[in-house]
Write a protein that binds this ligand. Structure first.
Ligand SMILES: [Zn+2]
Ligand SMILES: [Zn+2]
Length: 316
């Protein structure tokens, strides 16, 4: 992610050999920046650059003054274990699969291992694909013609958070023969979020970030929900919280959230670019940077297994 303001700073440093005269900015390049980052004119862009410069100085000074790492005693949110391999669940996208039969998240490593074992043993022809698709935990074969909506409703009413989320998506996207009903969907999202289900808070965050349906754009609320989602264990949300904070000029807090994400094992190219830049620009101290990378390594080793690597490699 390149933020508009940092790109603008880049523009400034590239072209400001003559401080007194900024008219030597390539007009075409300027036009491109204005359009891409939504500035109405050059003055607005220059003002944003100045504000960013102040934010930068504030974050650098804060880092210089810090004698203790604010995340030294930070306890990462609890990460559930896969009920089969008992390793902490992967935190990357598509690393887990939800099975309604067991109301469990199962790691894709175990899902792929289960499938491959069956294929290797030779699946009985009459059972076919369904056997391979069976739940790796309870061995239940998916039933045909299941009323997904009824099943989601039953589980949601029984207090199952993943099911509440799925039900909410059914309403919001109008799936499984259900007519789109945002109010009903948000009701379930709200309940799940209030009960500490991070993915639901993350959804709220996204709604406030770009304004969806009846929810109006509100960055402060978006940030609040992203942070909540992270604290509740949907740790990718720390990256989004950090992106939003950076945009709002809260560089110091933004860096804290990028660090939290990495310390939970989030593996995201942009995240590491931000951390590297954060260290390079002096928002993160050398000790903090090193500590973050060590924690990342530790946590990602704990999450690693041969079958997970296999599943990831083959996009299962
Ligand atoms: Zn597993
Ligand atoms: Zn099951």
């Amino acid at each position: 992610m390149t933020s508009p303001t940092s790109a603008a700073t880049q523009l400034k440093s590239d072209t400001s050999t003559d401080k007194e005269d900024d008219t030597n900015v390539d007009p075409e390049l300027l036009e491109m920046f204005l359009e891409q980052f939504g500035f109405k004119d050059k003055d607005e862009l220059l003002e944003a650059m100045d504000t960013h410069a102040e934010d930068v100085i504030r974050a650098q000074e804060a880092a210089e003054k810090r004698t203790e790492d604010p995340l030294k005693n930070w306890v990462r949110p609890h990460n559930e274990e896969c009920p089969i391999c008992l390793l902490p669940l992967p935190v990357y996208e598509n690393g887990v699969m939800y099975r309604q039969c067991c109301d469990s998240l199962i790691c894709k490593g175990c899902v792929s291992h289960h499938m491959l074992t069956l294929i290797k043993e030779g699946v009985e022809k009459e059972k076919g694909l369904n056997t391979v698709m069976a739940c790796p935990l309870c061995r239940q074969v998916p039933k045909e013609n299941v009323d997904m909506f009824a099943l989601q409703m039953k589980l949601a009413k029984a207090g199952k958070h993943e099911a509440m989320y799925e039900l909410a998506m059914t309403y919001i996207h109008g799936e499984n023969g259900v007519i789109i009903d945002w109010d009903e969907g948000l009701k379930w999202i709200e309940r799940a979020a209030a009960e500490g289900f991070g993915k639901a808070s993350y959804f709220f965050g996204q709604c406030y970030w770009d304004g969806r349906n009846t929810i109006e754009r509100d960055m402060n609320k978006a940030i609040k929900y992203f942070k909540q989602a992270g604290d509740d264990g949907f740790v990718y949300a720390f990256v989004t919280a950090a992106d939003a904070l950076y945009q709002e000029g809260e560089i110091e807090e933004s860096m804290l959230n990028y660090r939290k994400a990495a310390m939970c094992g989030v593996n995201d190219e942009d995240l590491f670019t931000q951390l590297r830049e954060g260290f390079g620009e002096g928002y993160i101290t050398k000790e903090e940077y090193a500590y973050t990378l060590r924690e990342y390594q530790k946590v990602s080793n704990e999450m690693k297994s041969a079958s997970r690597t296999f599943a990831l490699k083959h996009k299962m």
